[in-house]
Write a protein that binds this ligand. Sequence first.
Ligand code: N01
Length: 545
Amino acid sequence: MSAVMEAVAKDRQAGLDYDAIVIGAGMSGLYQLIKLRQLGMKARVFEAGTGVGGTWYWNRYPGCRFDSESYSYGYSFDKDLLKEWHWTEHFAPQPETERYLNLVADKYDLRRDIQFQARVKAAQWDEKSRSWTVALEDGSTHKTRFLITAIGALSAPTMPQFPGIADFKGQSFHTGLWPKEKVDFTGKRVAVIGTGASGVQTIQEVAKTAKELVVFQRTPNWCAPLHNGKISAEEMAEIRTRYDQIFKRCEETFSCFLHTPDPRNTFDVSAEEREAFLEKLYSEKGFGIWVGNFKDLLTNRAANDEVSRFIANKIRQRVKNPKVAEMLIPKNHGFGTRRVPLETFYFEVYNQPNVKLVDSKATPIERITPTGIKTSDTEFEFDIIVYATGFDALRGAFDRIEFEGANGVTLKQLWQDGATSLVGMLQTGMPNMFMLLGPHTALGNIPRSIEFNVEWVSELLRYVQAKRITRVEPSQEALEKWMDHVMELAKGLLSMEVDSWMTGVNLNVSGKQKRIVARYTGSAPAYRAWANDMAAAGYAGITLD
Ligand code: N01
């Protein structure tokens, strides 16, 4: 028997139900389950939904789709799957991604180890048995040596605190909790509250059929064209021949996209050259205009003003009513300092006679009434209200679960002054717990980050199993060194001067009104190097017992 299998057999004798429990069956959870099986570990996944997919299971709102090129988004670890799967659009719509993740679940027969409709309520560490007891909402408990959270970074939807929400007699939906049944907007009076990436995608789609669409915008966002298109069989065949190159490129770029900052500064080039470069970016697919722009876009105020001016003019050209155009141009933050929603004729929607834009800062929503929405100056009637009001990002999904670690100290207590981590995956005081996409991990093109996180955690598990280690906890010193690095990186970034989920602000959640360094803002290669160096040094900074 191999050392790994021996260690696993020993754990089973110790009365554990599982070697590892994974919370969540999204992209992270599915891949983690595959890896745990490869390690010969007995694993269970608990998933709150009725199907796999995570983000792509819950966010089924109209128009929901990738902002990363489809072929840079799928899993890279399975060459046969890459040969077999056909992305039909450069930026695939949600139903296609959900189908893709279901195919993965089928191919690897993952569902037999996933319990659906199983929401985890709490998890408690027991020092004596060196195990976690995971409690589900149905009252059942499950004991495991290792606990892996695969609960997503944008997965805890938040609702506004308006009075009267429950009294509304029509239909209402949050984009992040969209029903499986088709919602028909044809001939309906519809409100959309929120103009982030979810709102923008929803608005574009709803405007096509609604009798009347009123958009309630509190803060306009800088949006840029997606330039989506179909992928023919021939083009897909050609893309397949380039998969190695595509994934290599993603591994090298700043945030794992196909795009990466231009090596020039904004004012290194003449005004004509600059304009031509911005025009080119504006006419190209995907995030190039944001993450492939001049390298000082997000650090130099004058450079940022220049690009903001360019995009503002585009909005003015595309929106016929100058007053509405001005309402759609952000005034309190520069281009790219919040997440840039990518759009398809979003601005043109406001030229349609059935669409109205309301400035929710000038005329705030006072309450939801049984028949609609009352603002400070108007009472609107609606059949459907869509809440595109975002998520309690990054740590919200953690806050929904009561994690109690070593010495009875909870994760909430450990994070009372802000979430911390070691390389986004470990937390002192939470032994044997690994976070996939935890706070301060590198985000960017998410599946690339997920694959790295899952593989790093899996290698650590292989190491500890082989060495018969039963307790893994990062030292406070290593965690603080990493957090100092994270704080240092954020200095001087223009995005740190702006409220958004990326700076930890959510006005709908108490205690989350102040800006913090909520993200890792360095490059993905630098992030991976830090984590890999720790591993290469025998997991330096982690106490293995
Ligand atoms: O959420 P958001 P999202 N009254 O927080 C408004 C990813 N994503 O779901 O800006 C009135 O960005 C709020 O206003 P304000 C992506 O990373 C990816 O849209 O706070 N308005 C804002 O306009 C994205 O960044 C994809 O003033 C209220 C909106 O609601 C992240 O998810 C697609 C309000 C929330 O915007 C989150 O995007 C979709 C209130 N009380 C999402 N409360 C793709 O890959 C909130 N708002 C394509």
